[in-house]
Ligand binder design. Structure first.
Ligand SMILES: Cc1ncc(C[n+]2csc(CCOP(=O)(O)OP(=O)(O)O)c2C)c(N)n1
Ligand SMILES: [Mg+2]
Length: 328
C-alpha cells in the first residue's frame, strides 16, 4: 500500500519541494520557448499548443499526486508531462517525431502518452481528457487501492457535452476524479465570458461536487488546493472540482498572434507570471538566495539547449508497415 503512495515530487523539506516545483516551471517555460523556435524552423511536425503562463497549474497539481494516480490532459500537455517527470529529452524527441521519443515519434505534440509517469494521454478532442479520466476513475474505484484520476481541461471545455455528462456520471458513482479546469480566459480566440453562462465553478456545485476557484498562477495555492482535493477523493468522498484561473502568454496554437486580447491585458497578466510569483515567494517565504535561483535557471537553460541539439540529431522511426489485412 505504501509503495502506491510514493509522492511524484520529493518532499524532504518545504524549501526543497518548492525549489523543485520552481525548477520544473522554469524547465516548462524554457522547453516550450525552444519548441516554438524549433517549430519556426519546421522541425516540429503538425501543430503546437504552448502553456506559457500556465506552469503553476501543471506543477502544483502534479506535486499533489503519487505514483499510483493517473492524469489526462489536453493538446496543451507538454507542461503537464514535464511536471509529471517525463524525461525532457524523450519529450523533445517525441515532438520532433524521432524514434527515441517517449512514444517512438508517433504521438507528436498533441497526443503524448507516458504511462510510466501516470500520463494516460493528451487529447486533441476537446473534452476527451474528461471522458478518459472519468473512465479511469471508474477503473481505479473498482481496483479499490485508493488511487485518484485527474482531468485537466480548459474553460471552453466546460460548454461541451463531455463536461456535463462526465461530471454527472462521476458524482452518481462517486468516482475518485479531480477535475481541473484551467481557465485561461479564452477558448481559441473567444473570451470565455462571451460564451459561458454563469460561473464555471457553480456548475459542479449543483451536482453536489465540491468546487473551488483559485489563483492558478500561485504554485503554493495550487499545490495546497490540489492536495486537499486529491486527499478527499482518495478517502472515497467522490469527485472534486478546481477552477484554476490563469492566462496563456502566447497564442492558442502555432500561428496565432493573439490580436483578440484586450488592450493591456497581456501586460497585466505578465505582472502575475507564475515564474515571478514563484521567484518572489521562494525568496520571501523560504529564504532562498537570489543567486541560487540564478544558478538553477542557468542549469535548466543549458539542459534545454542540450536536449534540443540532441533531438535534432536523433533518428526518425522506420516508416510504418501496415499489417496485411485479410478478408473474413
Ligand atoms: C470536440 C472538439 N470541438 C472543437 C475543437 C476545436 N478546438 C480546439 S481547441 C479549442 C478551444 C478549447 O478551449 P479551452 O477548453 O478553453 O482550452 P485551451 O485551449 O484554452 O487550453 C477548440 C474549440 C476540438 N479540438 N474538439
Ligand atoms: Mg481556455
Amino acid at each position: 500500500m505504501t509503495q502506491h503512495f510514493t509522492p511524484r515530487v520529493a518532499t524532504e523539506s518545504e524549501q526543497a519541494l518548492y525549489l523543485e516545483l520552481y525548477r520544473r516551471m522554469w524547465l516548462i517555460r524554457r522547453f516550450e520557448d525552444e519548441v516554438q523556435a524549433l517549430f519556426l524552423k519546421s522541425l516540429v511536425h503538425g501543430t503546437t499548443h504552448l502553456c506559457s503562463g500556465q506552469e503553476a497549474g501543471c506543477v502544483g497539481v502534479a506535486s499533489a499526486l503519487t505514483e499510483a494516480d493517473r492524469v489526462s490532459c489536453t493538446y496543451r500537455g507538454h507542461g503537464h508531462a514535464l511536471a509529471l517527470g517525463v524525461d525532457p529529452q524523450a519529450l523533445m524527441d517525441e515532438l520532433l517525431g524521432r524514434a527515441t521519443g517517449i512514444d517512438g515519434g508517433r504521438a507528436g505534440s498533441m497526443n503524448v502518452v507516458a504511462l510510466d509517469n501516470g500520463l494516460i494521454g493528451c487529447f486533441g478532442i476537446v473534452g476527451g481528457s474528461i471522458a478518459a479520466a472519468t473512465g479511469v476513475g471508474l477503473a481505479l474505484k473498482r481496483a479499490g487501492e485508493g488511487a485518484v484520476s485527474v482531468a485537466f481541461f480548459g474553460d471552453g471545455t466546460a460548454n461541451h457535452g463531455y463536461f456535463h455528462e462526465c461530471l454527472n456520471f462521476a458524482k452518481v458513482f462517486d468516482l475518485p476524479v479531480v477535475f481541473v479546469c484551467e481557465n485561461n480566459r479564452y477558448g481559441e480566440f473567444t473570451p470565455y465570458e462571451d460564451v459561458t453562462a454563469g460561473e464555471i465553478s457553480d456548475r459542479p456545485a449543483t451536482l453536489g461536487i465540491p468546487s473551488i476557484t483559485i489563483d492558478g498562477n500561485d504554485m503554493w495555492k495550487v499545490r495546497e488546493t490540489a492536495t486537499e482535493a486529491v486527499e478527499r477523493a482518495r478517502r472515497g468522498e467522490g469527485p472534486q472540482f478546481i477552477e484554476s484561473m490563469t492566462y496563456r502568454f502566447v497564442g492558442h496554437s502555432r500561428s496565432d498572434p493573439g490580436r483578440y486580447r484586450k488592450p493591456g491585458e497581456l501586460d497585466e497578466w505578465r505582472t502575475r507570471d507564475p515564474l515571478l510569483v514563484g521567484r518572489r515567494g521562494l525568496m520571501e517565504r523560504h529564504g532562498v538566495e537570489e543567486s541560487a535561483l540564478d544558478a538553477l535557471e542557468q542549469e535548466v537553460d543549458d539542459q534545454v539547449r542540450q536536449v534540443s541539439a540532441a533531438a535534432i540529431e536523433a533518428p526518425f522511426p522506420e516508416p510504418y508497415q501496415a499489417t496485411e489485412f485479410k478478408d473474413g
